[in-house]
Design a protein. Sequence first.
Length: 363
Amino acid sequence: MKSTEVITQELEKMGIRNVSQVSYNCSTPALYETTMRRREGMIAHLGPLVVRTGQHTGRSPNDKFIVEEESSKDHIWWGKVNRPISEEHFNGIFKKMQAYIQNKDVFVQDCFAGTDPEYRMPIRIVTETGWHSLFARNLFVQAKEEERDNHNPEFTVINMPYSQADPASDGTNSPVFITVNYGKKLVLIGGTSYAGEIKKSIFSVLNYILPLKDVLSMHCSANQGEDGDVAILFGLSGTGKTTLSADPKRKLIGDDEHGWSDKGVFNFEGGCYAKVIRLSPEAEPEIYETTRKFGTILENVAMEVHSRDLDLDDASLTENTRAAYPLTHINNIVPSGMGDHPKNIVMLTADAFGVLTPIAKLS
C-alpha cells in the first residue's frame, strides 16, 4: 500500500499543499473514531453512524457545472442540465479551495468506480471530514491491498463542504458548487454536506466516459434470479428501484447505477444509498436491517439522544433521509457485481403520466 508520504506528494502535485494531516484509506472503525473525536456524528443503537447535512438535505442540481474546455465540449449536450462554467472561473474556485485546505486535516480514499475489471475507473476521493471519507468507502468499490500500490486515479473528487463560492466572482448560482472538469479529470464540491453529491458526481463522469466506449450507463437497479436471469429496474428517485431490487428471492447486483456492455451488466458501486423514510421491517426487511448495523451512515435520520433509538418515521429534517452502506450489509448479493444481459427490463413511474404506462411488456 502507498505510504502517507507518497499520497501527500501526489496531493501536492495537484496543488493541495501545507495540510495538517493526511489520513489515507482509513478503515471503517478508524473513521468512526475520527468522526466521534471531531464531533461530526453520533452512534445510534446497534452501531450505525448518524450525521446531519445541515441546510442541504438533497442534491443541488442548479449548482452543478461542467467546465467548457477543448477536450470535452463537443461531446456534451449543453442546456439546463449540463450547465457550462468557464475554465477561468473553475481555476478561481480551485485556488480558493487550495487556500482553504491549508492547515486542515484531509482524508483520502482510493477506490474504483465499476465492478467490471475491463471498464472500472480508479478514483480518489479527498474530503475534509471523516464521515464523508467513510461514505466514499461504503459507496465505491474498495481497492484491494495488492491493488493500492498501482492505483493511479483517473478522476479525483475534492469534497470540502465548508468551502464556499462567491457567485459574483466565481460564476456560480450560490455558495454551493459541484464543478466537473474533464480536461483536468477533477471534480470540486463545496458549500454542501450532502454526501450524495460525491456519488452522483462520479456517476456523471461515467455517463460521459462509458458511452464513448460503447457502454450504456444506466440509472437503474439490477438483480439476478436462481437461474442467472438478470432484471434491471429503471425509475426516478423514490419509485422503488432499491426496494424492488432487494427481493429476498433474487440476488442483488446493485441498487442504483449500472453499465451495460457487450458482456452484460455491471454495478458502478460497492454500496447502496437508500431512502429510509418510513422504512418498514415487514415490507423492506433487508434494507431495514442495514439501519441497525455498524458501518452504515444515516443521513438526517431522527434519533432520541439519550437512548440512541432511531425514528425512521420522523421527517422533521427532511423526507430524503438516507442510509449509505456497503453491499456486504445485504445478505443476498452477487459478489462480483456483474450479471448477464437482462432478460427483463422494468420501467417504474411515480404516476401514470410517464412516456410508458407504469408497467410495459416490451418485445
